[in-house]
Design a protein around this ligand. Structure first.
Ligand code: 5GP
Length: 190
């Protein structure tokens, strides 16, 4: 998606020798809601025939864009919560997700009240890197007996392995900007 690629070139900051892209000026700290609207329109176009019943994301940075997408699809949005409670009763689906940015492992939960076998779920997230966040969300959908209709990702770092592995597992992944390579001198999109 040209608009997102141009914005990444203009306001993205490349860190950690080309491993991390900082997009806090428009995506995950200060948020450009008009840009989110254009992204949501694109996901709606791509997944128009999928009969989506729920949008699922993970806290925190996916929530804003997932809300705008949910409005476009006319369905509820759920964000999986990072739980600090150890002894969870049987009322949650739970999985573990290693954080790309912090290196820590979080228990991530969704209430069983909000996902079930009748659901066709579109997963939305801001980044796809090693794939841990997306695989955790896919696991939660499968635990519910629901269907993963696909994943809408804002920015995929295609030089990291998550996207390849998850597509090979049969999940439709639509990333609006796919970065082929990144150095502190610049970005190449796929
Ligand atoms: P993964 O689980 O695919 O390795 O990483 C996905 C999660 O890590 C995303 O939800 C995002 O919050 C974070 N993340 C991964 N790579 C980047 C990056 O380059 N920049 C930022 N800001 N967040 C990232």
């Amino acid at each position: 998606m040209k608009l997102l690629e141009e914005r990444i070139r203009k306001d993205g900051v490349i860190l950690d020798g080309g491993n991390v892209l900082k997009v806090d000026a428009f995506l995950n700290h200060q948020m450009d809601v008009a840009l989110f609207g254009a992204m949501a329109d694109e996901w709606k176009r791509l997944f128009a025939d999928e009969k989506i019943t729920k949008i699922l994301t993970i806290e925190a940075s996916g929530i804003g864009m997932a809300c705008i997408a949910a409005e476009r699809f006319g369905v509820p949005v759920i964000f999986a919560k990072k739980s600090k409670t150890r002894n969870l009763s049987g009322e949650f689906y739970t999985t573990k997700v290693e954080s790309f940015t912090h290196g820590t492992v979080n228990d991530v939960i969704v209430s069983k009240r909000f996902l079930g076998p009748e659901d066709r779920v579109l997963i939305i997230d801001d980044f796809l890197a090693n794939g841990a966040a997306l695989e955790g969300l896919i696991d939660l959908v499968h635990q519910a007996g629901a269907t993963v209709a696909g994943a809408g990702i804002a920015i995929e770092k295609a030089f990291q392995p998550g996207g390849g592995r998850i597509r090979a597992a049969g999940v439709r992944v639509e990333s609006l900007a796919r970065i082929a390579s990144m150095t502190e001198d610049g970005i190449t999109f796929c």
